[in-house]
Ligand binder design. Structure first.
Ligand SMILES: [Zn+2]
Length: 485
Protein backbone atom coordinates (compact mmCIF):
# COMPACT_ATOMS: atom_id res chain seq x y z
CA UNK A 1 0.00 0.00 0.00
CA UNK A 2 1.25 3.50 -0.84
CA UNK A 3 0.83 6.04 1.93
CA UNK A 4 0.96 9.79 2.16
CA UNK A 5 2.56 11.36 5.21
CA UNK A 6 0.96 14.41 6.84
CA UNK A 7 2.94 16.42 9.38
CA UNK A 8 2.23 19.62 11.28
CA UNK A 9 4.66 21.21 13.74
CA UNK A 10 4.09 23.28 16.86
CA UNK A 11 7.32 25.14 17.48
CA UNK A 12 8.05 26.82 20.80
CA UNK A 13 10.49 29.68 20.52
CA UNK A 14 11.80 31.49 23.56
CA UNK A 15 11.72 35.23 22.99
CA UNK A 16 14.94 37.14 23.57
CA UNK A 17 13.52 39.64 26.00
CA UNK A 18 15.67 40.60 28.98
CA UNK A 19 12.84 40.11 31.43
CA UNK A 20 10.02 37.60 31.79
CA UNK A 21 6.64 38.04 30.17
CA UNK A 22 4.65 39.13 33.23
CA UNK A 23 7.31 40.29 35.72
CA UNK A 24 10.75 41.91 35.83
CA UNK A 25 12.76 38.77 36.59
CA UNK A 26 15.74 38.11 34.34
CA UNK A 27 15.52 35.49 31.59
CA UNK A 28 19.28 34.80 31.56
CA UNK A 29 20.08 31.14 30.99
CA UNK A 30 22.22 29.03 33.30
CA UNK A 31 21.88 30.82 36.65
CA UNK A 32 21.61 29.06 40.01
CA UNK A 33 18.14 27.47 40.41
CA UNK A 34 15.38 29.72 41.74
CA UNK A 35 17.50 32.89 41.76
CA UNK A 36 15.44 34.55 39.02
CA UNK A 37 12.02 34.44 40.61
CA UNK A 38 9.54 36.77 42.31
CA UNK A 39 6.03 36.48 43.77
CA UNK A 40 4.51 36.89 40.28
CA UNK A 41 6.34 34.08 38.49
CA UNK A 42 6.22 31.65 41.42
CA UNK A 43 2.45 32.11 41.57
CA UNK A 44 1.89 33.71 44.94
CA UNK A 45 -1.76 34.58 45.61
CA UNK A 46 -2.83 38.18 45.11
CA UNK A 47 -0.14 39.24 42.66
CA UNK A 48 -0.92 40.70 39.24
CA UNK A 49 0.86 40.01 35.93
CA UNK A 50 1.95 42.96 33.78
CA UNK A 51 2.54 42.18 30.11
CA UNK A 52 6.04 42.83 28.71
CA UNK A 53 5.64 45.16 25.73
CA UNK A 54 8.81 43.82 24.10
CA UNK A 55 7.19 40.39 23.87
CA UNK A 56 4.29 41.81 21.86
CA UNK A 57 6.74 43.62 19.57
CA UNK A 58 8.71 40.41 18.99
CA UNK A 59 5.54 38.45 18.22
CA UNK A 60 4.42 41.12 15.73
CA UNK A 61 7.87 41.11 14.09
CA UNK A 62 7.74 37.34 13.70
CA UNK A 63 4.21 37.45 12.36
CA UNK A 64 5.12 40.05 9.75
CA UNK A 65 8.24 38.13 8.70
CA UNK A 66 6.00 35.10 8.11
CA UNK A 67 3.39 37.08 6.17
CA UNK A 68 0.74 36.70 8.86
CA UNK A 69 -2.21 38.88 9.71
CA UNK A 70 -1.58 40.74 12.94
CA UNK A 71 -4.72 40.82 15.06
CA UNK A 72 -5.68 44.25 16.27
CA UNK A 73 -7.44 42.55 19.18
CA UNK A 74 -6.06 39.51 20.98
CA UNK A 75 -6.34 38.14 24.45
CA UNK A 76 -4.73 35.83 27.00
CA UNK A 77 -6.44 32.82 28.57
CA UNK A 78 -5.75 30.49 31.45
CA UNK A 79 -4.82 26.95 30.56
CA UNK A 80 -5.54 24.97 33.70
CA UNK A 81 -3.56 21.95 34.74
CA UNK A 82 -1.59 20.79 37.74
CA UNK A 83 2.11 20.05 37.65
CA UNK A 84 4.86 20.81 40.19
CA UNK A 85 6.69 23.12 37.75
CA UNK A 86 3.54 25.26 37.41
CA UNK A 87 2.84 26.71 40.84
CA UNK A 88 -0.13 28.85 39.74
CA UNK A 89 -2.02 25.77 38.61
CA UNK A 90 -2.53 27.36 35.21
CA UNK A 91 -0.42 28.65 32.36
CA UNK A 92 -1.20 32.04 30.84
CA UNK A 93 -1.41 31.52 27.10
CA UNK A 94 -3.27 32.90 24.13
CA UNK A 95 -6.03 30.57 23.04
CA UNK A 96 -9.03 31.57 20.92
CA UNK A 97 -7.63 34.99 19.97
CA UNK A 98 -3.93 34.68 19.07
CA UNK A 99 -1.82 37.66 18.03
CA UNK A 100 -0.95 36.37 14.51
CA UNK A 101 -2.80 34.15 12.02
CA UNK A 102 -2.66 32.87 8.43
CA UNK A 103 0.99 33.20 7.49
CA UNK A 104 3.48 31.06 5.63
CA UNK A 105 7.18 30.42 5.14
CA UNK A 106 9.01 29.07 2.13
CA UNK A 107 11.39 26.11 2.13
CA UNK A 108 13.58 24.81 -0.68
CA UNK A 109 13.07 21.10 -1.35
CA UNK A 110 14.92 19.45 -4.20
CA UNK A 111 15.52 22.81 -5.86
CA UNK A 112 11.86 23.87 -5.77
CA UNK A 113 10.22 26.30 -3.40
CA UNK A 114 7.39 25.02 -1.23
CA UNK A 115 5.09 27.09 0.97
CA UNK A 116 4.26 25.85 4.46
CA UNK A 117 1.25 27.55 5.99
CA UNK A 118 1.38 29.05 9.48
CA UNK A 119 -1.97 28.66 11.23
CA UNK A 120 -1.17 30.93 14.13
CA UNK A 121 1.48 32.42 16.36
CA UNK A 122 0.54 32.99 19.95
CA UNK A 123 2.32 34.18 23.08
CA UNK A 124 2.52 32.26 26.34
CA UNK A 125 4.63 31.85 29.44
CA UNK A 126 7.00 28.93 29.92
CA UNK A 127 6.69 26.63 32.92
CA UNK A 128 9.53 25.83 35.34
CA UNK A 129 11.69 22.75 35.21
CA UNK A 130 11.54 19.56 37.23
CA UNK A 131 14.84 17.89 37.94
CA UNK A 132 14.81 14.28 39.03
CA UNK A 133 17.93 12.96 40.69
CA UNK A 134 18.81 9.95 42.71
CA UNK A 135 21.18 10.14 45.65
CA UNK A 136 22.08 13.81 45.81
CA UNK A 137 25.06 14.60 48.04
CA UNK A 138 24.66 14.30 51.83
CA UNK A 139 21.38 12.41 51.69
CA UNK A 140 20.05 8.96 52.32
CA UNK A 141 20.53 7.93 48.68
CA UNK A 142 16.84 8.06 47.86
CA UNK A 143 15.23 9.61 44.81
CA UNK A 144 14.51 13.32 44.85
CA UNK A 145 12.73 15.74 42.61
CA UNK A 146 13.59 19.41 42.51
CA UNK A 147 11.80 22.32 40.94
CA UNK A 148 13.67 25.20 39.32
CA UNK A 149 11.39 28.13 38.56
CA UNK A 150 13.93 30.33 36.75
CA UNK A 151 12.24 29.46 33.51
CA UNK A 152 8.71 29.97 34.80
CA UNK A 153 7.28 33.03 33.07
CA UNK A 154 9.89 33.21 30.32
CA UNK A 155 8.09 34.47 27.20
CA UNK A 156 7.46 31.96 24.43
CA UNK A 157 5.97 32.14 21.00
CA UNK A 158 4.18 29.05 19.80
CA UNK A 159 4.24 28.86 16.03
CA UNK A 160 1.70 26.36 14.72
CA UNK A 161 2.00 25.15 11.13
CA UNK A 162 -0.70 23.87 8.82
CA UNK A 163 -0.48 20.11 8.11
CA UNK A 164 1.41 20.96 4.90
CA UNK A 165 4.59 19.02 5.62
CA UNK A 166 4.98 15.73 3.75
CA UNK A 167 8.26 14.21 4.96
CA UNK A 168 10.74 14.31 7.87
CA UNK A 169 13.17 16.12 5.53
CA UNK A 170 10.60 18.88 4.89
CA UNK A 171 9.95 19.12 8.64
CA UNK A 172 13.64 19.74 9.29
CA UNK A 173 13.92 22.29 6.46
CA UNK A 174 10.84 24.08 7.78
CA UNK A 175 12.24 24.21 11.30
CA UNK A 176 15.61 25.42 10.04
CA UNK A 177 13.88 28.18 8.12
CA UNK A 178 11.89 29.23 11.19
CA UNK A 179 15.07 29.32 13.24
CA UNK A 180 16.83 31.40 10.60
CA UNK A 181 13.96 33.91 10.43
CA UNK A 182 13.75 34.25 14.23
CA UNK A 183 17.52 34.69 14.48
CA UNK A 184 17.55 37.30 11.72
CA UNK A 185 14.84 39.19 13.58
CA UNK A 186 16.85 38.82 16.81
CA UNK A 187 13.71 37.71 18.64
CA UNK A 188 15.01 34.22 19.56
CA UNK A 189 18.57 32.90 19.80
CA UNK A 190 17.53 29.56 18.27
CA UNK A 191 19.71 27.63 20.72
CA UNK A 192 18.13 24.18 20.68
CA UNK A 193 20.46 22.64 23.26
CA UNK A 194 19.35 25.22 25.81
CA UNK A 195 15.73 24.66 24.82
CA UNK A 196 15.19 28.09 23.23
CA UNK A 197 13.67 26.35 20.23
CA UNK A 198 11.84 23.04 20.46
CA UNK A 199 8.86 21.45 18.80
CA UNK A 200 5.98 19.02 19.06
CA UNK A 201 5.24 17.13 15.86
CA UNK A 202 1.80 15.89 14.80
CA UNK A 203 2.06 13.07 12.32
CA UNK A 204 -0.35 10.77 10.52
CA UNK A 205 -0.28 8.61 7.42
CA UNK A 206 -3.14 7.83 5.03
CA UNK A 207 -3.54 5.68 1.92
CA UNK A 208 -2.40 7.80 -1.03
CA UNK A 209 -5.92 7.92 -2.54
CA UNK A 210 -7.72 8.75 0.71
CA UNK A 211 -9.04 12.27 1.28
CA UNK A 212 -9.61 12.39 5.02
CA UNK A 213 -6.64 12.51 7.36
CA UNK A 214 -5.45 9.44 9.22
CA UNK A 215 -5.38 9.22 13.01
CA UNK A 216 -2.50 11.34 14.25
CA UNK A 217 -0.05 10.99 17.06
CA UNK A 218 1.87 13.80 18.68
CA UNK A 219 5.57 13.52 19.47
CA UNK A 220 6.46 15.90 22.29
CA UNK A 221 9.47 18.07 22.96
CA UNK A 222 11.91 17.46 20.14
CA UNK A 223 14.93 19.67 20.72
CA UNK A 224 17.29 19.02 17.82
CA UNK A 225 16.96 18.80 14.05
CA UNK A 226 18.30 15.26 14.20
CA UNK A 227 15.67 14.19 16.73
CA UNK A 228 12.90 15.76 14.63
CA UNK A 229 14.02 13.78 11.61
CA UNK A 230 14.69 10.48 13.41
CA UNK A 231 11.54 10.57 15.53
CA UNK A 232 9.33 11.29 12.50
CA UNK A 233 11.02 8.60 10.40
CA UNK A 234 10.44 6.07 13.14
CA UNK A 235 6.87 7.13 13.82
CA UNK A 236 5.91 7.04 10.13
CA UNK A 237 7.24 3.50 9.75
CA UNK A 238 5.46 2.43 12.93
CA UNK A 239 2.12 3.78 11.69
CA UNK A 240 2.53 2.28 8.21
CA UNK A 241 3.22 -1.11 9.73
CA UNK A 242 0.07 -0.94 11.85
CA UNK A 243 -2.03 -0.01 8.80
CA UNK A 244 -0.40 -2.73 6.69
CA UNK A 245 -1.44 -5.23 9.32
CA UNK A 246 -4.96 -3.75 9.28
CA UNK A 247 -4.55 -2.52 12.83
CA UNK A 248 -5.81 0.71 14.39
CA UNK A 249 -3.63 3.69 15.20
CA UNK A 250 -4.37 5.12 18.64
CA UNK A 251 -4.53 8.87 18.97
CA UNK A 252 -1.93 9.57 21.63
CA UNK A 253 1.02 11.61 22.77
CA UNK A 254 4.39 9.94 22.38
CA UNK A 255 7.93 10.69 23.45
CA UNK A 256 11.13 10.20 21.46
CA UNK A 257 13.66 7.99 23.22
CA UNK A 258 17.00 8.90 21.64
CA UNK A 259 18.90 6.05 23.34
CA UNK A 260 16.61 3.39 21.90
CA UNK A 261 15.77 5.27 18.71
CA UNK A 262 12.01 4.77 19.12
CA UNK A 263 8.91 6.74 20.12
CA UNK A 264 7.09 5.56 23.23
CA UNK A 265 3.52 6.12 24.35
CA UNK A 266 3.17 8.83 27.01
CA UNK A 267 -0.59 9.18 27.26
CA UNK A 268 -3.61 8.37 25.15
CA UNK A 269 -6.43 10.71 24.21
CA UNK A 270 -8.58 9.39 27.08
CA UNK A 271 -5.90 10.47 29.54
CA UNK A 272 -5.46 13.88 27.90
CA UNK A 273 -6.01 17.01 29.96
CA UNK A 274 -9.11 19.09 29.69
CA UNK A 275 -7.50 22.47 30.11
CA UNK A 276 -10.73 24.37 30.84
CA UNK A 277 -9.48 27.48 29.07
CA UNK A 278 -11.09 30.74 30.08
CA UNK A 279 -10.11 34.39 29.51
CA UNK A 280 -7.38 35.59 31.89
CA UNK A 281 -9.17 38.03 34.20
CA UNK A 282 -5.97 39.70 35.41
CA UNK A 283 -4.93 40.99 31.97
CA UNK A 284 -6.74 43.39 29.67
CA UNK A 285 -7.10 42.41 26.00
CA UNK A 286 -4.25 43.51 23.72
CA UNK A 287 -5.28 46.21 21.28
CA UNK A 288 -2.68 46.93 18.62
CA UNK A 289 -2.59 50.16 16.72
CA UNK A 290 -2.00 49.86 12.95
CA UNK A 291 0.70 52.56 13.14
CA UNK A 292 2.73 50.41 15.52
CA UNK A 293 2.51 47.51 13.09
CA UNK A 294 3.58 49.79 10.22
CA UNK A 295 6.56 51.09 12.21
CA UNK A 296 7.68 47.55 13.03
CA UNK A 297 7.26 46.55 9.39
CA UNK A 298 9.58 49.37 8.32
CA UNK A 299 12.21 48.24 10.83
CA UNK A 300 12.38 44.63 9.64
CA UNK A 301 15.89 43.51 8.58
CA UNK A 302 16.77 41.70 5.37
CA UNK A 303 15.36 38.19 5.84
CA UNK A 304 16.97 34.85 4.84
CA UNK A 305 15.18 34.39 1.50
CA UNK A 306 15.94 37.91 0.32
CA UNK A 307 19.55 37.58 1.42
CA UNK A 308 19.89 34.23 -0.36
CA UNK A 309 18.59 35.73 -3.61
CA UNK A 310 20.94 38.69 -3.22
CA UNK A 311 23.95 36.41 -2.60
CA UNK A 312 23.16 34.62 -5.86
CA UNK A 313 22.80 37.81 -7.90
CA UNK A 314 25.42 39.97 -6.22
CA UNK A 315 28.16 37.39 -5.60
CA UNK A 316 27.28 34.93 -8.38
CA UNK A 317 27.13 32.09 -5.87
CA UNK A 318 25.41 28.78 -6.66
CA UNK A 319 22.00 28.38 -4.92
CA UNK A 320 23.46 25.71 -2.68
CA UNK A 321 26.21 27.99 -1.35
CA UNK A 322 23.87 30.94 -0.96
CA UNK A 323 21.33 28.82 0.92
CA UNK A 324 23.92 27.43 3.30
CA UNK A 325 25.64 30.76 3.96
CA UNK A 326 22.36 32.54 4.70
CA UNK A 327 21.00 29.77 6.91
CA UNK A 328 22.37 31.67 9.91
CA UNK A 329 22.59 35.42 10.14
CA UNK A 330 25.98 35.49 11.82
CA UNK A 331 27.38 33.12 9.21
CA UNK A 332 26.08 35.35 6.42
CA UNK A 333 27.56 38.40 8.17
CA UNK A 334 30.93 36.70 8.60
CA UNK A 335 30.95 35.74 4.94
CA UNK A 336 29.96 39.19 3.70
CA UNK A 337 32.57 40.90 5.81
CA UNK A 338 35.30 38.73 4.26
CA UNK A 339 34.03 39.56 0.78
CA UNK A 340 33.86 43.28 1.60
CA UNK A 341 37.49 43.11 2.76
CA UNK A 342 38.48 41.96 -0.70
CA UNK A 343 38.02 38.17 -0.73
CA UNK A 344 36.83 36.61 -4.00
CA UNK A 345 33.18 35.64 -3.30
CA UNK A 346 33.33 32.01 -4.46
CA UNK A 347 36.74 31.36 -2.91
CA UNK A 348 35.63 32.80 0.43
CA UNK A 349 32.47 30.66 0.21
CA UNK A 350 34.55 27.53 -0.29
CA UNK A 351 36.77 28.22 2.72
CA UNK A 352 33.81 29.07 4.95
CA UNK A 353 31.68 26.08 3.92
CA UNK A 354 34.61 23.68 3.95
CA UNK A 355 37.38 24.29 6.44
CA UNK A 356 35.84 26.86 8.74
CA UNK A 357 32.54 25.06 9.34
CA UNK A 358 34.36 21.74 9.72
CA UNK A 359 36.66 23.13 12.43
CA UNK A 360 33.77 24.83 14.20
CA UNK A 361 31.66 21.67 14.06
CA UNK A 362 34.48 19.59 15.51
CA UNK A 363 34.40 21.79 18.59
CA UNK A 364 30.65 22.25 18.51
CA UNK A 365 31.14 25.99 18.20
CA UNK A 366 28.91 28.52 16.51
CA UNK A 367 30.24 31.08 14.04
CA UNK A 368 30.03 33.80 16.71
CA UNK A 369 32.53 31.82 18.75
CA UNK A 370 34.91 31.46 15.82
CA UNK A 371 38.47 32.28 16.87
CA UNK A 372 39.14 33.14 13.24
CA UNK A 373 38.11 36.56 11.96
CA UNK A 374 37.16 37.45 8.35
CA UNK A 375 40.21 39.71 7.97
CA UNK A 376 42.48 36.78 8.81
CA UNK A 377 41.00 34.62 6.06
CA UNK A 378 41.36 37.48 3.58
CA UNK A 379 44.97 38.01 4.67
CA UNK A 380 45.69 34.36 3.95
CA UNK A 381 43.93 34.51 0.57
CA UNK A 382 46.24 37.40 -0.38
CA UNK A 383 49.26 35.20 0.36
CA UNK A 384 47.88 32.55 -2.02
CA UNK A 385 47.15 35.14 -4.69
CA UNK A 386 50.63 36.63 -4.64
CA UNK A 387 52.23 33.20 -4.69
CA UNK A 388 53.74 33.30 -1.19
CA UNK A 389 52.01 30.07 -0.22
CA UNK A 390 50.39 27.28 -2.19
CA UNK A 391 46.73 26.31 -1.83
CA UNK A 392 47.85 23.13 -0.16
CA UNK A 393 49.98 24.87 2.44
CA UNK A 394 47.09 27.27 2.97
CA UNK A 395 45.12 24.37 4.51
CA UNK A 396 47.82 24.07 7.19
CA UNK A 397 48.03 27.83 7.65
CA UNK A 398 44.25 28.02 8.00
CA UNK A 399 44.17 25.39 10.76
CA UNK A 400 47.07 27.09 12.49
CA UNK A 401 45.32 30.48 12.34
CA UNK A 402 42.20 28.86 13.77
CA UNK A 403 44.15 27.18 16.59
CA UNK A 404 46.46 30.05 17.58
CA UNK A 405 44.55 33.15 16.52
CA UNK A 406 47.72 34.42 14.79
CA UNK A 407 47.65 35.99 11.33
CA UNK A 408 48.65 34.02 8.23
CA UNK A 409 51.72 36.15 7.53
CA UNK A 410 53.13 35.52 10.99
CA UNK A 411 52.49 31.77 10.79
CA UNK A 412 54.05 31.47 7.35
CA UNK A 413 57.20 33.27 8.53
CA UNK A 414 57.39 31.49 11.88
CA UNK A 415 56.99 28.02 10.37
CA UNK A 416 58.96 28.66 7.20
CA UNK A 417 56.02 27.81 4.96
CA UNK A 418 56.87 30.19 2.12
CA UNK A 419 56.28 28.49 -1.18
CA UNK A 420 59.31 27.38 -3.21
CA UNK A 421 58.95 29.07 -6.57
CA UNK A 422 62.63 28.93 -7.49
CA UNK A 423 62.71 26.90 -10.72
CA UNK A 424 66.29 25.74 -10.15
CA UNK A 425 65.55 24.46 -6.68
CA UNK A 426 62.42 22.61 -7.79
CA UNK A 427 64.22 21.13 -10.79
CA UNK A 428 66.86 19.57 -8.54
CA UNK A 429 64.21 17.77 -6.55
CA UNK A 430 62.27 16.73 -9.66
CA UNK A 431 65.44 15.25 -11.10
CA UNK A 432 66.14 13.36 -7.92
CA UNK A 433 62.63 11.89 -7.84
CA UNK A 434 62.86 10.80 -11.47
CA UNK A 435 66.27 9.21 -10.92
CA UNK A 436 65.02 7.27 -7.90
CA UNK A 437 62.01 5.71 -9.67
CA UNK A 438 63.10 4.27 -13.03
CA UNK A 439 60.29 1.65 -13.10
CA UNK A 440 57.57 4.24 -12.73
CA UNK A 441 59.30 6.44 -15.32
CA UNK A 442 59.19 3.57 -17.81
CA UNK A 443 55.52 2.89 -17.10
CA UNK A 444 54.69 6.58 -17.48
CA UNK A 445 56.42 6.66 -20.82
CA UNK A 446 54.56 3.52 -21.85
CA UNK A 447 51.37 5.52 -21.50
CA UNK A 448 50.40 5.32 -17.81
CA UNK A 449 49.95 9.06 -17.51
CA UNK A 450 48.06 8.91 -14.26
CA UNK A 451 51.41 8.16 -12.60
CA UNK A 452 52.12 11.88 -12.79
CA UNK A 453 50.37 12.18 -9.45
CA UNK A 454 52.83 9.68 -7.98
CA UNK A 455 55.78 11.90 -8.96
CA UNK A 456 54.06 15.08 -7.81
CA UNK A 457 53.38 13.42 -4.48
CA UNK A 458 57.05 12.56 -4.01
CA UNK A 459 58.21 16.07 -4.85
CA UNK A 460 55.68 17.53 -2.44
CA UNK A 461 56.77 15.14 0.28
CA UNK A 462 60.41 16.12 -0.12
CA UNK A 463 59.55 19.83 -0.04
CA UNK A 464 57.07 19.37 2.82
CA UNK A 465 54.32 20.59 0.51
CA UNK A 466 56.02 23.90 -0.13
CA UNK A 467 56.89 23.53 -3.83
CA UNK A 468 54.78 25.63 -6.18
CA UNK A 469 52.43 22.90 -7.48
CA UNK A 470 51.97 24.44 -10.90
CA UNK A 471 55.72 24.56 -11.46
CA UNK A 472 56.16 21.01 -10.20
CA UNK A 473 53.52 19.75 -12.63
CA UNK A 474 54.99 21.57 -15.59
CA UNK A 475 58.56 20.51 -14.86
CA UNK A 476 57.60 16.87 -14.33
CA UNK A 477 55.61 16.72 -17.56
CA UNK A 478 58.44 18.28 -19.48
CA UNK A 479 61.10 16.00 -18.00
CA UNK A 480 59.08 12.79 -18.20
CA UNK A 481 58.09 13.26 -21.81
CA UNK A 482 61.54 14.65 -22.50
CA UNK A 483 64.46 13.56 -24.59
CA UNK A 484 65.24 10.22 -22.89
CA UNK A 485 64.85 7.19 -25.15
ZN1 LIG B 1 9.28 37.00 38.39
Amino acid sequence: MKYEVVIGLEVHAQMLTETKIFCRCSTKFGSEPNTQTCPVCIGMPGVLPVLNKKAIEFAIKSGLAMDSNISSYSRFARKNYFYPDLPKGYQISQYELPICEHGYVEIVIGGTIKKIGITRIHMEEDAGKNIHESAPPKTDGGHYSFVDLNRAGVPLMEIVSEPDIRSPREAVEYMKKLRAILQYLEVCDGNMEQGSLRCDANVSVRPADQKELGVKTEIKNLNSFKFVEKALEYEIERQKKILDERGKIVQETRLWNPERGITESMRTKEEAHDYRYFPEPDLVPIIIDQRWIDDIKKSLPELPDTKRERFVSEYRLPEYDADLLTSEKHLADWYEEAVKLGGQPKIVANWVQGDLLRLLNEENKSIEESPLKPEQLVGMLRLIENGTISGKIAKTVFEEMYKTGEDAEFIVKEKGLVQISDAGEIEKIVDAVIAKNPKEVARYKAGEEKLLGFFVGHVMKLTKGKANPQMVNELLRKKLSGSHP
